[in-house]
Design a protein around this ligand. Sequence first.
Ligand SMILES: [Zn+2]
Length: 241
Amino acid sequence: MKNNFNELAVCKKMEEVTSQEKASIHCRCGAVQILFTSKSPRAAVECCDKQSYNNLKFLAQMGDYELPEKFPVLVYFFDNKLVVVKGIENLSFSKLIVESNLVNMYSSCCHTFLMSRNPAFAHSTVSVHGDRSYLSNVVHQKPTLRFFPDQLSEDDRTQLVHRIPGVWKDTKDRFRGDCDGWEEVYREFLENVAAPIAENQEGLPIEEILQENSEPIFVLGWQSARFARKTVSKYECILSG
Ligand SMILES: [Zn+2]
């Protein structure tokens, strides 16, 4: 009995160490919990993309809860190595439109947005929303960039508190900035999110979790007037990224 007790104590201690050293995300009901590799995000930005925000609103509507996020949304980038501590059976995936390379992971139990995989920036990271109610043990950061500020309305602009460089895509899909020195900040951001993941990190990349998942990807069908509720083959989107 004594040995068992000691082992249990050691396990307990290891759990505490792990939970102290790593940030985690959980869904609203607590059925899903996923550990990241560190407490500090690699980068923090503000996202003004209305489509991404509407994706959150749609999940809130499906789950019948108030959206706690503010607009623009604070986004953190963590290593694409994830340990699903619990609730792997509650993980679902969605896209806004079939053609999108952005794949979102959300919880089917309570429709909480969990994270995105966006190959436009890097394969080394996943992005999560910096909402304090779903993250634990994170060293919170201030954003260094604001993406797509051209999508902000005048009302949204007046509510912005940080003065940070804004970056958006022009009609030819080239990135543009709204102040001197934005290129340097953007370059640093890209370097941070694209750097390889340190070896020997525990966990699986989001692509493997997606491949193991038995459900097809749920497509919100954003471009139609109403949500289309279609699904799409997961392989299609993995290959396109
Ligand atoms: Zn849940």
